[in-house]
Ligand binder design. Sequence first.
Ligand code: URP
Ligand code: ZN
Ligand code: ZN
Length: 457
Amino acid sequence: MKYDLLIKNGTIVTAAESYKADLAVKDGKIVAISNEINDEAEKIVDAKGKLVLPGAIDVHTHMSMPFGGTVSSDSYYSGTMGAACGGVTTIFDYPVQRKGQSIMELINEKKAMLEEEACVDYASHCCITNLNNGEILDEMSKAVEEGITSFKAFLVYKKEGMMVDDATLVRLMERARELGAMINIHAENPDLIDMRTERYLAQGKTSAWYHYMSRPEFVEAEADKRAIHWAKHLNTPLYIVHMADKEGLEAAIQAKRDGADVFIETCPQYLEYTCEVYKRDNGRNFVCSPPMKGQESQDALWVAIKNGLIDTVATDHCPFQTYEKDWGKDDFSKIPNGCDGVEVLYPYMLDAANRGKIPFERAVELCATNVAKIFGCDDKGSLSIGKDADIVIYDKNKDFTVTIDKLHTNCDHTIWEGKQLHGYPVQTYLRGSLVYDNGDFVGKAGMGKFVKRSPRI
Ligand code: URP
Ligand code: ZN
Ligand code: ZN
């Protein structure tokens, strides 16, 4: 057989092991992995001295999202271009249901844009804000049939009209269990946040630091524990997004130990920064929810990363331009919540591996393999025969300092400015096609395809 692509002499990394082998691709799929492959190929890449990794799956992004009085600054085009350049070959987006809207309406609204713009593959978790008198619970089965197998419930953003109450959350969780679907939650207590926000503003405490102070560790932990409580007692699956606090993390780990189907996601920003960033002059650029927490929480997250108790690392990519962040210069409650990250996710976790903090296999597991398993992406997440040829070639010796002009996403600043990374992706392949080559995006808008997912069994 003549292959389309043959990657020779590299070290293949999976979640389980690393080994030297050649890898061959035909029609977008991995068709052979072996000690030595010498058959003909359209294109041969010498990966000697390099790591060959599965493309990452950023399971938490907000592209073109109306939020905080504006729209997040990355379109599906610029956001997925950035993804490709950072070794991310699939993104999961979070479209938010407007009141009265059906799930399929919501998905179809985004469909044309994604088909036209996406440069990497994509899936969606649907954010449910309202059950439409129960219609949504019925419609969830249709969504699962269409390969949309996860739904998000915000336990926060009450004033914004996005929050669900506990009864709605529980109904969603029970329905998800019946359908083999997953409920993702953003856990923070909205009433405490609103009360504390009002109190600080009334006291003239308006800087970005008070974004953290209005939603500190225990505000997140309360909501984590509430959702975990329902998951445990009702025997329903639960995926907690952007976990940032130690107390909530410990509760989730205990629930796992007790046999509950609780999964934990954290994000690079919580692993890198603490709440101290909110004391900086540009602290508002780091405003996201939940906010970065104290050192104790960060240390606990790293321990759980290392010992396998955190399941995934994703970005919550939701950037806003400087002028938009500046709306909250004199009032932290007016700062649009969200930060960039999609292009830095994989390099950041691989840098941690390259510096010996975690094994490379663990970085692959957190950013690709576990995501594919938890969310039913059967063709994605690892380098093995029959999977999509979503491949990253990584140079352990290439040093890279993040600066905004080197990133491809559409924001005028990055919270990662100045971050030094030891090792960097040199090429990204999406289903066998080169989309990133040594600093340059070489893919095309519209290359990305919808990922139809399987329900959980
Ligand atoms: O601050 C954040 N995280 N913005 C995006 C929306 C969300 O809560 O995930
Ligand atoms: Zn969130
Ligand atoms: Zn988010």
